[in-house]
Unconditional design. Structure first.
Ligand code: ADP
Length: 483
């Protein structure tokens, strides 16, 4: 069945060298599709992290002063290498994370696009000249903030790091990255490409660990680190914000979401169904901008739910390395249990299972893609991020009711809606409380636009020219005594 397993790095990367943990401790990484151990990564702690931070601090003076052309060339090379190695990198991702190979390939290309974009943006870190009084000249220059600590999740193990790394390096910062313990290998592959692309030793370092808290504490309690960038849960984001207060580190936080997808009565129903399938079932629903709650106008709700259930039932579940698979395994059995809890709670409150609803016959952490209809807004599934392949459909009667339901969450990452009424499109887009809104479109992520949330979904933006600002400080220079 399964095609060849690619080779990949199994050591951490500090100061341009592949290294083991002190004492050579390591932890196993398991393929969620087969439960087989695919390799081991060094289990590092505070001491190794401290060394990586010191290396990043030592590399900073040269990297921040590198010519913009040199930095741009290295970043462009990084993008090219990712595309050249797209297939191998995608396979590494699929065996450590579980997603279908086609999605893994798209993720690698998406990550590469950040290096491409920021290779260009790195050449446009302009300053300002502010008109002053006669004998003064006022300037503003943008400078790299310094050493950045990055902590990334398992759901997009390559792209979530690629977009932080591309931006930081473009700004002239150096980085110590800590990938999720479930998926360290995709991050180590980025270090390998960085070395081959010509990123100088110490500029980009990867610490692997099964003790995230110890590494997180060193990154936040070490005054050499001037910025923390994190993608993960709101609970850990909140903890890191507290820790980062010690040295007043600048923070970017991409946290949880609970995205609504509203289908108004004037929507193109087939387009809405196709958009909902992508937004809900990509990566088996393990996406922070996944459509977690589907709100359909009563007049079209039956038709929408039925079409959605039919599309969902056609999705093939299996090992992501196999052709035609659309839904891989969930990352862990704990994820399966959460999905089951959400379904049981929704059903107890009156929801109807239109398709799926249970573990898949393949066993392990495979779960059937599921559509629930008539879900009550007080269900658990409407208030917690499900992170699984379950689409709950709710009904509404008025636009105001839809907006109230959509905004009834402390999260505010993405929202989606389908409508063809131009006034409604502006009205609703402006009233939705989220950092991103997809109108008649759910494939909204791109390097050229700002990704990020409001409320409990985080701080800061990644991608676009706005993303670069998060890695730069503005310095005001006042020149006096001009005759
Ligand atoms: P998820 O629920 O998606 O696993 P987490 O927020 O737990 O999200 O994990 C995201 C990243 O945060 C991972 O790299 C994980 O190892 C890391 N992490 C978890 N706990 C801590 C912690 N106490 N300090 C620093 N990083 C942590």
């Amino acid at each position: 069945m399964v095609a060849h397993v690619p080779s990949f790095r199994q050591q951490a990367f500090i100061n341009g060298e592949w290294v083991n943990a002190d004492g050579r401790a390591s932890f196993a990484v398991v393929n969620p599709a087969t439960s087989e151990t695919i390799g081991h990564a060094p289990d590092m702690g505070a001491a190794e992290t401290r060394r990586a931070i010191a290396a990043a601090a030592a590399a900073l003076p040269l990297w921040r002063r590198a010519s913009v052309m040199a930095r741009a060339q290295i970043l462009r090379r990084m993008s090219q290498l990712m595309i050249e190695e797209q297939d191998r990198l995608a396979r590494v991702m699929t065996i450590e994370q579980g997603k279908p190979l086609a999605e893994a390939r798209i993720e690698i290309a998406y990550g590469a696009s950040y290096f491409d974009w920021f290779a260009e943006e790195s050449r446009r870190i302009y300053g300002d000249i502010i008109p002053g009084s006669q004998d003064r000249r006022l300037f503003v220059i943008r400078q790299p903030i310094g050493v950045v600590g990055a902590i990334t999740p398992w759901n997009f193990p390559s792209a979530m790091l690629a977009r932080k790394m591309a931006t930081a390096l473009a700004a002239g910062c150096t980085m110590v990255a800590k990938p999720a313990e479930l998926t360290p290998f995709s991050a180590l592959e980025l270090a390998d490409l960085a070395m081959r692309a010509g990123v100088p030793a110490g500029v980009f370092n990867v610490i692997t660990t099964n003790a995230a808290a110890a590494v997180g504490e060193e990154l936040t309690h070490n005054a050499l680190v001037r910025k923390i960038t994190f993608t993960g849960s709101t609970a850990i984001g909140r903890l890191l914000l507290k820790q980062a207060s010690e040295h007043i580190q600048k923070c970017s936080m991409e946290l949880g979401g609970n995205a609504p997808l509203i289908v108004f009565e004037d929507a193109d129903l087939d387009r809405a169904v196709a958009g909902a399938v992508t937004a809900k079932f990509r990566n088996a629903g393990q996406v922070c901008i996944a459509a977690n709650r589907l709100l359909a106008h009563v007049s079209i709700a039956n038709a929408f739910a039925e079409k959605l259930a039919a599309a969902c039932a056609a999705l093939r579940v299996g090992n992501g390395l196999e052709d035609g698979v659309a839904i891989g395994p969930l990352i862990s059995m704990a994820a399966v249990e959460k999905v089951e809890r959400h379904i049981a709670d929704a059903v107890a409150r009156g929801a109807r299972v239109l398709t799926g609803g249970a573990r898949h016959a393949l066993g392990g952490s495979f779960f059937q893609p599921t559509v629930l209809d008539n879900v009550s807004p007080d269900s658990l599934i409407c208030h917690e991020e499900t992170f699984g392949p379950v689409a709950p459909v709710m009904r509404f009667e008025t636009e105001e009711e839809a907006l109230n339901l959509a905004n009834a969450t402390p999260f505010g990452l993405a929202s989606y809606f389908y409508s063809r009424d131009i006034s409604r499109i502006f009205r609703v887009a402006e009233k939705l409380e989220s950092g991103m809104v997809g109108v008649n479109e759910t494939a909204i992520s791109t390097a050229i636009a700002p990704f990020g949330g409001v409320k409990y979904s985080g701080l800061g933006r990644e991608g676009s020219r706005f993303g670069l600002e998060d890695y730069l400080e503005k310095k005001y220079i006042c020149l006096g005594g001009v005759e």
